[in-house]
Design a protein around this ligand. Sequence first.
Ligand code: HEC
Length: 166
Amino acid sequence: MMPESYRGQLRQRVRRRAFTLLAALVAIPLLASGAAANDVEVRRAADAAERTTWDSVFSAAQAERGQSAYKDACARCHRESMAGADEAPALTGSAFMSAWNGQTLGDLHERIRTSMPTDTPGVYGRQQVADVIAYMLQFNGYPAGAAELSKESDALKEVRFVAGKP
Ligand code: HEC
C-alpha cells in the first residue's frame, strides 16, 4: 500500500505533465499560425503598395552604377560581400531580409541617406543612394527590369521590400 501523501504527489506530478503537454499542443499551432498571419499581412500591405521588390524595379545599368558607388562608399565597413564586419551589419542574408521585410524602399532610402556612412552621414545624394539600393537588390537576388528605380521619395514609398519570393 502506498502512503496517501505519496499517491497525492504522484497524482500532482502526472497532472503537471499532462498540463505541460497540453500547453505545448496548444502553443505550437498558435505560433505557427501567428507566423503565417504575419506573412499574409506583409503580402496584403504589398498589394496595397502595388509594387514590390520582385517587380523588376531597377535596371541592370543602374545596379552597375550602384556597384561602383557601393565599393567607394559602403564596402569599407559592410564589405564587398555585404556580410558586414564589426559594428556594421550584413546587408544580405536572413537577418537583413527580415529586418526590412514589409518596409518600403522609401524607408530604406531614407535610412541610408540620412545615417550612412556613420562617420559622415548625409554626404551621398538621392540618386547615388537609389543606385546603391539597385545594386543591393540585385545582389540579394531581385530581378532587374527596363526602368530605373526612382530617386524620389514618393515613388520609392510605392515599392515594398518583400523578403520571400511570391
Ligand atoms: C564607417 C562605416 C560605415 C560605412 C562607410 C557605411 N555604413 Fe552602413 N552601417 C554602419 C554601422 C556601424 C551600422 C549599424 C549602426 C547604425 O545603423 O547606425 C550601419 C547600418 C546600415 C544599415 C542598416 C542595416 C539594417 O539591418 O537595418 C544599412 C541599410 C546600411 N548601413 C547601408 C549602408 C550603405 C548603403 C552604405 C554606403 C552608402 C553604408 N551603409 C556605409 C557602418 C557603415
